[in-house]
Unconditional design. Structure first.
Ligand code: NAD
Length: 499
């Protein structure tokens, strides 16, 4: 049995808590490794090392820090296939999708190479007689991140690349479901020249998360995962005086207007609904065709496309569209929710129940499902299913479709498919969702913009990556300086404008 480790102070370190979790191969249902679950003493050890290493890293000029990231990008490209394979083996997604996971993280690393520019402060010359005023952005110190299973390369990089570019030390607590790629990333960063202790990986579950939340030295926490845990981490972290940003679950609606190109919309829905087995926070899980005629045309286009989807293991060749879901529990939960949809009266147009793959009978494969005639009261509409299940809710007008998306508790992403610029513009302007696609089903912003939802999809005020990340991982300090005289005239007792 392969026993995974933590990565502390530049070395693989065995777990000492005595607790482990099984790391499964979701395609076969076999245990392929065990991952140690850290206790608070192990977390504290990593924090002390980070605290000792961080000041020298902060004092390293930003250009030199950026050079480490440049080299890291080269190493990511060198090892892309190896990383993708390790990722697919533990997550289950296809190899091209796994490479995309690494690539979308790599792009944020590339953005962070701009740290010398991004960290420049502001300066006002002669803010008063002999007075200059300037602000600088300084690192926070020891920072931490807690990441989900569904993007085990991308999301850790979204956090640690800006954190370390800004001069912080970072402790990553990855998902216990697929911890190998995060460990590989830490090794690569050290090969790229990152000093020991600046990026450490401490594996674990709630116990390790709580050790982060209550550790007095840790200054900030980034979290991505489900909404109940996001709420817990945000509330607890803030109560401990930390800077916290938490990104939660989603139920992304795609509105299909009567004038949309129906082939384009159907292709987009199939990719966005079933890609990665629906285990993406930006997956489209609700289709909202406007008008019954649009709905009928859409369903007619969707059904053959969905029935053609090839579900299989990542080793199954290039024509596999999506792989298994991550755990047996996730599969059981999806099946339970599908049953509620049937029981509550939605029409199951494509029935993926009972899907089995020869040779992989113990894998966590779920066939594609398509519901029509769902209503907002149903569990399949209200709940994030996080599986290959697309739910159609018919709206009778654009306003009804808009209201549906606006009334949902989640607000991560959404899309509208239309040929009418006026509808698209109105939608983008009025919708209360963070990321909007116009004829683009998965509108994940690129590295130099920022990523974040609204409503219950986010807790905190700054987004991930882009300029917001450089704000999140730094504190502003503003200096007012007066040279060379003035003080000898005696103290100032009144708060007054600088004239
Ligand atoms: P999860 O909430 O189960 O786990 C996320 C992290 O929290 C993991 O590291 C896990 O170890 C830890 N954790 C789990 N239970 C905990 C507890 N009780 N106390 C403290 N920590 C705990 O999420 P997941 O299943 O790994 O990921 C899927 C979820 O993440 C979905 O809801 C998806 O929408 C969301 N997600 C959101 C975004 C976004 O940017 N908004 C991106 C990716 C995934």
């Amino acid at each position: 049995m392969n026993e995974l480790t933590h990565y502390i102070n530049g070395a693989h370190v065995k777990g000492t808590s005595g607790r482990f979790a099984d790391v499964m191969n979701p395609a076969t249902g076999e245990v392929q490794a065990k991952v140690p679950l850290a206790d608070s003493a192990e977390m504290d050890h990593a924090v002390q090392i980070a605290a000792a290493a961080q000041p020298a890293w902060a004092a390293t000029n930003p250009q030199r820090r950026a050079r480490v990231l440049m080299k890291f990008v080269d190493l990511l490209n060198r090892d892309m296939d190896k990383l993708a394979e390790a990722l697919s083996r533990e997550h289950g997604k296809t190899l091209p999708d796994a490479a995309g996971d690494v690539q979308r993280g790599l792009e944020v690393v590339e953005y962070c190479i701009g740290a010398p520019q991004l960290l420049k402060g502001e300066f006002t010359d002669a803010a008063g007689p002999g007075i200059d005023m300037y602000s600088m952005r300084q690192p926070l110190g020891v920072t931490a991140g807690i990441t989900p299973f569904n993007f085990p390369a991308m999301i850790p990089m979204w956090m640690f690349a800006p954190a370390i570019a800004c001069g912080n030390a970072f402790i990553l607590k990855p998902s216990e479901r697929d911890p190998s790629v995060p460990l590989m990333l830490a090794e690569l960063l050290e090969e790229a020249g990152l000093p020991k202790g600046i990026l450490q990986v401490v594996n674990g579950d709630k116990e390790a998360v709580d050790a982060i939340l209550y550790h007095p030295v840790i200054q900030s926490i980034g979290f991505v995962g489900s909404t109940p845990i996001a709420e817990y981490i945000y509330g607890t972290g803030c109560s401990q005086g930390k800077r916290v940003q938490c990104f939660g679950g989603a139920k992304n609606h795609m509105i299909i207007m009567p004038d949309a190109d129906m082939d384009q919309a159907a292709d987009a829905l199939v990719g966005a609904g079933y890609g990665a087995a629906g285990e993406r926070c930006m997956a489209i899980s609700v289709a909202v065709p406007v008008g019954d005629e649009t709905a009928d045309r859409l369903i007619e286009k969707l059904v053959p496309r969905i029935e053609k989807l090839k579900v299989g293991p990542y080793t199954g060749g290039n024509d596999v569209d999506y792989g298994p879901v991550v755990t047996a529990a996730a599969k059981a939960n999806i099946e339970r929710l599908v049953q509620t949809g049937i029981d509550q009266g939605a029409k199951l147009v494509v029935d993926g129940r009972g899907f089995s793959l020869q040779g992989y009978e113990n894998g966590y494969f779920v066939g594609p499902h398509l519901f029509d005639h769902a209503t907002p009261e149903m569990d399949i509409y209200k709940t994030e299913i996080f599986g290959p299940v697309l739910t159609t809710v018919r709206a009778q007008s654009y306003e009804e479709a808009l209201k549906l998306a606006m009334d949902h508790e989640y607000g991560n992403g959404t899309a509208i498919f239309t040929r009418d610029g006026d509808s698209a513009r109105d939608f983008a302007s009025r919708i209360n969702v963070g990321m909007i696609g116009i004829n683009v089903p998965i509108p994940v912003p690129l590295a130099y913009h920022t990523f974040g939802g609204w409503k219950k999809s986010v807790f905190g005020d700054l987004n991930q990556h882009g300029p917001d990340a450089f704000k999140f991982y730094t504190r502003t300090k503003t200096v007012t300086s007066r040279w060379p005289s003035g003080l000898k005239d005696g103290g100032e007792f009144h708060f007054k404008p600088m004239d």
